[in-house]
Ligand binder design. Structure first.
Ligand code: HEC
Length: 144
């Protein structure tokens, strides 16, 4: 009898621990009811993206340009592909299309991270079909 109860307790605990990270991820601490953001990129990809951003974009932009209210209002509801295409076709403004597809998609991953998207285990690929299947969801009310 004793051992059966012990097993049940262990299972319940394991479930509780698995549920924890989702709660802890909400660093704002206020809106735990909002729908979870899709997991689209890896931490390593965002690091590469930040590196590319620093080399190519900071001449004209600060990272706050891509997480503020104006930016979020412009892009919320658009597909990830629209954002990626915009970067490829228009940025850097003095030499659009200068980077590879991989470098652009890495910068997209970095921008997702700036806006609170969680990192996962699969990279965001430079594949328009895949990118088109995701919609950007930015919290415009909470933007700085
Ligand atoms: C030579 C200057 C210059 C460089 C370099 C540059 N940009 Fe821009 N970018 C601009 C200008 C000018 C605008 C238009 C600003 C506006 O109207 O808000 C802009 C606008 C943008 C926007 C739209 C902002 C919004 O609020 O919707 C994004 C996104 C963007 N740039 C990304 C990038 C990225 C990523 C890079 C690096 C690969 C880059 N830019 C490099 C000048 C530059």
């Amino acid at each position: 009898m004793r051992s059966i109860r012990g097993t049940v307790t262990t299972i319940v605990l394991a479930v509780a621990v698995e549920a924890l990270p989702a709660v802890a991820q909400d660093s704002t601490g206020t809106r735990d009811t909002k729908p979870a953001l899709a997991v689209l990129y890896t931490e390593g990809q965002a690091v590469r993206g930040q590196d590319g951003f620093t080399r190519t974009c900071t001449f004209c932009h600060g990272s706050h340009d891509f997480s503020g209210q104006k930016f979020r209002t412009n892009w919320s509801g658009q597909s990830v592909e629209s954002f990626y295409s915009f970067l490829r076709n228009s940025m850097p403004q003095d030499n659009p299309g200068r980077l590879t597809g991989q470098e652009y998609v890495d910068i997209v991953a970095y921008v997702l991270q700036l806006n609170g998207y969680p990192a996962g285990t699969k990279e965001l690929p430079p594949d328009p079909t895949v990118l088109n299947s995701f919609q950007l969801q930015f919290d415009t009310a909470q933007a700085r």
